[in-house]
Design a protein around this ligand. Sequence first.
Ligand code: AMP
Length: 289
Amino acid sequence: MTMVLNTIAAARQWLHAERNSGRTIGLVPTMGFLHEGHLSLIRRAKQRCDRTVVSLFVNPLQFGPGEDYDRYPREFSRDLTLLEGEQTDAVFHPDAGEMVPAPPAISVSAGKMGERLCGESRPGHFNGVATVVAKLFHILEPHRAFFGQKDAQQIAILRAMVRELNFPLELEVCPIVREPDGLAMSSRNVYLSAQERKHATVLYRSLEKARSLIASGTRDAGLIEREMREMVEAVPGTKLDYARVVDTNSLEAIGEVRGEVLVAVAVRFGKTRLIDNMLLAPKATGPRH
Ligand code: AMP
């Protein structure tokens, strides 16, 4: 049975008891409407920790005006069945009033890192993410927290938050889970029409293009970005938000691919905005000097 915790007080009580019994706690933060990507994080948490708690909260602070907060898919009973299937120990499922004071007086700032990539078209988004993840860390006090590489910018920001604000926990990053045709799994994929769903493979294909360019010796980040942009723009009904080659940690633009880089892409299909990324590095060609 998965324990359902709807309030901060109930979550604290349950988790204190578990910690006092000497058990380690793994946290998997999600916005629900679970898919295999989320389940891979839960499986990893269960391997690494004695108890796994999944938080399921559509965070209003990370949606901008006109974004999809109201229509974001929510199906708690379906999610709970999936959580039971994974033998998840507990789910923290607060409502917005429980988590977000109205109006909030305090916010965690993601700074410059939050303004890059997705932050350019979603101002304030990463402040909302960082604020609610900080709250989850304080409320649930996990030993480890599990996040997907799918949200690479989120990881870079949360790593900096954990380091700079001294959260006593470890972040673990799990690989992107994809559909057989390469599309990264996302709760937002349900918004796509049949045709958009076919076209949506262009995100993965553009990343594969970047991979093959780097593998065949291309080092010019601008050239890689241009090739990706052309590929996305050739697909009808798409609007490219960005295709970038950046430093994995700082998310700053780079000119030349020397070590590992983050190649990230965001594309709109009508009202639906999808993201994907790959960590790519030139193959080692011999001993380093
Ligand atoms: P979300 O519910 O979309 O906020 O995602 C919750 C967590 O699941 C985040 O850490 C995401 O990075 C992760 N996640 C979402 N999609 C995938 C995926 N396709 N593969 C791996 N992790 C994912």
